[in-house]
Design a binder for this molecule. Structure first.
Ligand SMILES: [Cu+2]
Length: 409
């Protein structure tokens, strides 16, 4: 009875992955050798790129559709066979001797689980992200090529970023006043280091760190039956991150404002609504999550970061009572900023351009959850973008890694 469902759930995403990888290889070109005939990255996209973008969008939605249909099929199937969540309740998700590891989603997601009345959870989550080389649209460009991709009639940028490394330390606190609502608070500390190249070939490094915007909200358990649950995330962020930090490395000792990608937050209150559906099988779990980040109004530096939308579908397998592993596909859409910080000169660097902030990506995540003695969890996920289409010139993401330790009581 289970047999037909499982191959469909696995094979189609793998085929889709193959198609996307092919597309990326075909689309890859390198702009080296001082060729000034760069495509105008600000004008409407050329046909192959527009085609690639629509294909990627179709494929990412196809992945989600497949994940959705396979999870619904699995839910229909397992509800006939078992009451997995009933057994969870009997065992006690957080109180029992052997709770399932996979009631938490892969580590790259949050807002994915609710707690029972009176429960408290503490979590420390560490995220590291590495970005190397620039990309315009789906094409890689050299460091020199990134300086030329201005789009404004032959002039070049003075500076472009060549590499960025970001670490985030997240302290996650959850408390459930009732079975229906779980409240959460998540202060974050961000550290960013970026390497740059100037037009004359010289290089320099800048660094910024401090509190990022703080996430908070309530998770609302909309519905729960014996082996599936719906959770709405009534989330928001508080602008605790500083946008004013400066560097003296760029302009020979003179303090200049750090550009958009190195700033510690949006500067606005953001609405962060989300919706998660999770289902459980005897041998694992699966789920879908939609999550948005919508800045409200304009910040004190006269701009507004772009809306962000993500959709994830994942599938997990129990490898034993204490360990589960997962595969996740994520489609991520970032819009460009509006307004502009008057202290940043958009002719200086692509990182000072509000119209070079958006882009789409499709990511693959491989995860592992490990329940320790005493009921705490280690949750790990490695995330690799395999398709990126970026507006203007921007650093491309090479990988992200999430590691967390959590315990509830
Ligand atoms: Cu929790």
């Amino acid at each position: 009875m289970r047999l037909p469902q499982k191959p469909i759930g696995m094979v189609v995403p793998i085929m889709t992955l193959g198609a996307l990888l092919d597309q990326k290889i075909v689309g890859k070109r390198d702009f080296t050798g001082g060729n000034l005939k760069m495509p105008n990255v600000l004008s409407s996209r050329c046909c192959p790129r527009a085609w690639a973008r629509s294909v990627a969008r179709c494929l990412s939605f196809f992945v989600v559709l497949v994940a959705f249909t396979s999870t619904v099929a699995a839910a229909a199937e397992t509800s006939l066979l078992t009451g997995v969540l009933d057994r969870l309740d009997e065992e006690g998700d957080h109180h029992g001797a052997a709770p399932r590891p996979d009631t938490h989603a892969p580590a790259g997601l949050m807002g994915d689980h609710a707690h029972k009345t009176g429960e408290v959870m503490v979590e420390y989550k560490f995220m590291t992200m590495s970005m190397d080389d620039n990309r315009t649209g789906t094409d890689k460009v050299s460091d020199a090529g990134a300086l030329m991709a201005t789009g404004s009639m032959g002039s070049m940028f003075m500076v472009a970023g060549t590499r960025m490394h970001m670490d985030m330390h997240m302290f996650h606190l959850m408390y459930a006043p009732s079975d229906e609502f779980t409240l959460y608070l998540m202060p974050m500390w961000t550290s960013v280091t970026m390497d740059h190249r100037r037009m004359n070939g010289t290089r320099f490094r800048t660094h910024n760190e401090g509190f990022d915007d703080m996430a908070a909200g309530a998770l609302w358990l909309l519905d729960k039956d014996e082996d599936s649950e719906w959770i709405a995330n009534l989330g928001f962020s508080v602008p605790t991150g500083d946008l004013n930090n400066t560097t003296t490395a760029a302009m020979g000792g003179m303090a200049t404002r750090l550009p958009y990608p190195m700033r510690l937050g949006s500067g606005t209150f953001d609405a962060r609504p989300g919706l998660t559906w999770k289902g459980y099988r005897e041998d694992g779990g699966h789920g879908i999550q939609f999550q948005a980040d919508l800045p409200i109004g304009t910040n004190y530096r006269d701009y507004s970061v772009g809306n962000t939308y993500s959709v994830s579908g994942w599938y997990s397998w129990l490898l034993g009572e204490r360990v589960s592993t997962s595969v996740r596909f994520e489609g991520l859409m970032r819009e460009n900023f509006s307004g502009a910080d008057a202290d940043l000169d958009p002719a200086m660097s692509p990182m000072a351009r509000t119209n070079m902030r958006g882009g789409d990506s499709v990511n693959l995540g491989l995860g592992l959850v490990w329940m320790l003695e005493g009921g705490s969890r280690i949750n790990f996920e490695w995330v690799k973008p395999f398709y990126q289409d970026l507006d203007g010139v921007q650093l491309e993401t090479d990988f992200m890694m999430f590691t967390s330790w959590s315990k509830s009581w």
